[in-house]
Design a binder for this molecule. Sequence first.
Ligand SMILES: CC(C)(COP(=O)(O)OP(=O)(O)OC[C@H]1O[C@@H](n2cnc3c(N)ncnc32)[C@H](O)[C@@H]1OP(=O)(O)O)[C@@H](O)C(=O)NCCC(=O)NCCS
Length: 189
Amino acid sequence: MPEPYTLRTERLILRPWRDSDFPLLAEIHSDPRVVEFLSRPALANRAESDAVIERIRAHFAEHGYGFWAVEAPGVSELVGSIGLSNIPFQAHFAPAVEIGWRLASRYWGQGYAVEAAKASLDFAFNTLGLDEIVAFTAPANTRSQAVMQRIGMTRNPLDDFDHPSVAEGHPLRRQVLYRIKNPANDPKV
Ligand SMILES: CC(C)(COP(=O)(O)OP(=O)(O)OC[C@H]1O[C@@H](n2cnc3c(N)ncnc32)[C@H](O)[C@@H]1OP(=O)(O)O)[C@@H](O)C(=O)NCCC(=O)NCCS
């Protein structure tokens, strides 16, 4: 079983999940602004929120990385969750590793998502040696797309897709896809 990595940035620690995080993540998930564009709408339910951490822990146990718990020392033990995850569904761009983020809304607008995302990307490219990272969200989630753009990801509209875990006709089914290549492997750089 690989050791889960911990990453440090100027203001944040990306760390494995603790049992004390369960109620903190549930509180984050109880905010409608946080879950507005997430494909599992029942996260306000405590058991559903707890299951998110259990799934992330299983991913860490298998791969050594995942969506980290993000702590801002001196500010909050848990500001949100940011990191890397293997895409669990079939898609034209899979197999692939995605980068994703969710923060308690009181911590939006401080650059935390970009700071943690850059550390995750650096880890993906320089420690894991991955060739490409993807991210996806609903077209209306402009805040999330702004993070993708700030960390250098780009979108080709031909990559847009229907999320197989979201029911047909649901407004979150259509997703935009962003990609970024490992600069070490990119002949254009
Ligand atoms: C998506 C999400 C993580 C973005 O959070 P965010 O705080 O807007 O992201 P960033 O880290 O890019 O912060 C940028 C903002 O911080 C500001 N900022 C303040 N201090 C900063 C600093 N020191 N460094 C960088 N930016 C800073 C920027 O000016 C920018 O402000 P703006 O939003 O008014 O333009 C957040 O909205 C979220 O958790 N949403 C709900 C979950 C979700 O939808 N996740 C994606 C599912 S696909």
